[in-house]
Design a protein around this ligand. Sequence first.
Ligand SMILES: [Zn+2]
Length: 399
Amino acid sequence: MPTEPTRSPAAGAASAAVDPDEVIRFARGLLAAASENPGGTEDEAAAVAGEILASLDAETTVVRGDAERPSVVARLGSDARPSLAWNGHLDTVPAGSLDTWSRPPFAGEIVGGRLIGRGACDMKGPIAAALAAAAAIRRAGVELGGSLVFHLAADEELAGLHGTKVLWDRGLLDQDAAIVGEPSELQLGLAERGGAWITATARGKAAHGSQPQLGVNAITSMARFLLRLGEALPDREHPLVGRPTVNAALIEGGSAPNVVPDRCVVDIDRRLLPGETDPEALLAPFRALAGAIRREHPDVDIDLRIREWTDAAEAPADSTIAAVARAAVAAEAGTSPPDVGFTGITDARFYINDARIPTVILGPGSLSDAHAADEWVAVDELVMAARAYARIFVGFLGA
Ligand SMILES: [Zn+2]
């Protein structure tokens, strides 16, 4: 491989062949195929992506797990090594209440250089950019030396268990490197936090609401605990993803307005740093906090258990795919992108933690505009992403 494969004549030709109108057409087609999760399926979006892939003569299959949700797997180029996976999820979060949007969420309107819609940056826009890159490579007459595999997955927004996880279970994550196109502002994402959902249950003693002194109020006990949750966070910081966080997310308690509640249950979302892998070590400071409160208020009785655990992930910064991606973005943007971390959880963890594939998270748009009303991505950035992907595909796989 030459030292600067992303600046080879073939890579330059592929980048130059990216058609901005085609990028927008692909993005609008995907946006119009609503795939809200929860609330819908990815079938229509998978069909739109499938049509685009068919027009590129890709070998395409739809993989469905037990929940019957469709993930599109497509191969372009030869079946030789190296192979590169490009992953994007077909589902989106729900549009939410329409009156919070200034434009309709599935129309793909462009206002002031911004493409607006549910999924514009997270992540139908990035999928459009990657497909347009493949189309450009073909238009430029460049034959890829290895295989480019698209994993357009279902169900990422609700943990990916019916999408990329199914691809992993079926042995389909076996490439030499992977790109997960989540919106990273075209910075190089190399780490992401994980998460633990902790269920905290406060137990009290029911009594008549007119004689609260005869009972133990579980809601009051829980309140004492929740106000001090931050004390259960370790003093740790990761250079890319920052610090761990904790959020009291869901609460339930009480049975009637005139009864002292004997039970209060809260779901706590504790985000994990790479390296935090021991559930008992994670729970220990929460248990210590409950113990400290109990010493001041002996009636406080809080049970803690973990009901869901997702490891954080960290990919090597010195992999070939990281070097190629840096060079490709630098060739398009003029400056090398910084290494960054993701605060949220993405399907990159299946490639990094399960399949042990060198991976980067790289896509247009910003996570801070995702999941919000008027979600958008800059058209210029979408096109730049398509050009950078074209250089990466040619640079990594050879021509
Ligand atoms: Zn996403």
